[in-house]
Design a protein around this ligand. Structure first.
Ligand code: ADQ
Length: 405
């Protein structure tokens, strides 16, 4: 296990204070400080050390020919470290966040080192073609390599680079609606929210999820549509996350202030338009909320995919709720045709989308839902994993130049 100091500098530091904001187009933090103590250099040292601990542990338990699938920006050095072990293992790396455009990634001080380490993998995967293309262009621009979507020439072989959009275990969500515990929650929520239409937000409390933009848009909608303040509720569940990083503490205060402002302005003694919870909710309650609400509002400023949108659609077969989805979520590529797609920075556009969703007639709701339900049911987490592992298995170790194109 990582020591507390190492975890702090590695996880809260290099991973979540440097790579996470950079990969979501928020730039690098001023002075690279985490907990106001350590600098970029010590955070990178911790990142290297932690990746090495993962590699050492894996090498102890691996044998020749094993397949190892490394996940996410926390483990970008791992493919290289594993390949150095000479255990002849097949190594895949998959990124769950966006990979930013080359112009943004370029700012990272150790930009080359991470790319070179990832390129030691046999298969490099992203949620969308756009992210994969950005990665290829970072490799060609910064490392002077030859490459295109599909493969990059690196050290005498072709490294496969492709898009593998993730899904959810759709069946699990659908079947959960028949569980007694979920049915009980559904009955209870239906009586609590008997009057107004309910819009649902389920996000980690993270700047990339666009919570402030969501609240501003809802405020604008209420300002422009008198009478709705007592007929609609925004139920926002914000799961606490990375609460020891100062930027996240500040975001929490800002969100609380906005919720207070909107409720203060539009609430009455009996009704208030936002119900906001700093909580992680249980699976059963989450499924029930997905099933009974009229609209899901997702306003991510950047999001690798966004599984909440998939989970919502999976639970809406009887209600045909409307999905409002940010164009900056990877999920917009797959669910875009069924959702109302918005630019979360355009507050007026999102306010208009809220109105459109709340007024939407049943046949349009049905048509949009049907489209998305088909996608969520077909492109599951199981298919994603199967396809990735199949392609990783297929990727020849140290494939000679000229193959895989
Ligand atoms: P996340 O940023 O965590 O994941 P998302 O894909 O939406 O974002 O997944 C969140 C998960 O947490 C969902 O399964 C959701 O049900 C659950 N969740 C969120 N808030 C909750 C709450 N208050 N209570 C209970 N459960 C809650 C990262 C990337 C995404 C990418 C995924 C998968 O940032 O873009 O889609 O990985 O690759």
């Amino acid at each position: 296990f990582l020591s507390e100091e190492l975890r702090d500098q590695y996880y809260s530091g290099y991973c979540n204070n440097i790579l996470w904001p950079l990969f979501h187009y928020l730039g690098l933090p001023q002075g690279y400080k985490v907990n106001k103590t350590k600098d970029f250099k010590s955070q990178l040292k911790a990142y290297t050390e932690a990746n090495k601990m993962f590699a050492d542990t894996l090498c102890e338990i691996s044998k020749e020919g094993d397949i190892i699938w490394c996940h996410d920006y926390h483990l970008m050095l791992l493919p290289k470290l594993l390949k150095q072990s000479n255990l002849n293992m097949k190594v895949g790396w998959f990124l769950h966040t966006p990979f930013p455009s080359y112009e943004v990634y370029q700012a990272l001080p150790n930009r080359k080192e991470l790319l070179q380490a990832v390129l030691e993998a046999d298969l490099v995967g992203f949620h969308t073609y756009e992210y994969a293309r950005h990665f290829v262009s970072a490799c060609t621009s910064l490392l002077g390599l030859e490459g295109r979507l599909g493969g990059i020439k690196f050290k005498g072989r072709i490294v496969k680079v492709d898009a593998f959009p993730i899904g959810i275990d759709a069946q699990h969500f659908k079947e959960s609606l028949d569980l007694n515990a979920v049915k009980g929650e559904i009955t209870e929520f239906k009586s609590v929210f008997a009057g107004p239409k309910v819009m649902l937000g389920v996000d980690r409390l993270d700047m990339i999820k666009g919570l402030l933009q969501k609240l501003l848009a809802f405020e604008k909608f209420l300002e422009e549509n008198k009478g709705w303040e007592s007929k609609v509720v925004l139920l926002q569940i914000a799961a606490p996350t990375r609460s020891d990083v100062p930027e996240y503490q500040e975001l929490k205060s800002q969100v609380h202030e906005m919720v207070g402002r909107v409720n203060g302005k539009f609430g009455t003694f009996k009704t208030y338009p936002i119900i906001y919870l700093d909580k992680t909710v249980e699976f059963e309650a989450l499924c029930a909320l997905y099933a009974i609400t009229d609209v899901a509002l997702i306003t991510s400023l950047r999001d690798g995919m966004n599984l909440v949108s998939y989970e919502y659609v999976a639970c809406q077969e009887s209600n045909k709720g409307v999905l409002i989805l940010s164009e900056f979520a990877g999920a917009a590529q797959s669910l875009g045709a069924g959702a109302i797609v918005v630019n979360p920075w355009n507050i007026a556009e999102v306010a208009g989308a809220i109105k459109h969703a709340l007024d939407m007639l049943p046949d349009e709701r049905e048509r949009r839902h049907k489209h998305n339900y088909k996608i969520v049911s077909a492109h599951t987490a199981q298919e994603w994993a199967k396809n990735y592992v199949w392609q990783l298995n297929d990727a020849a170790i140290k494939a000679p130049l000229g193959t895989g194109e």
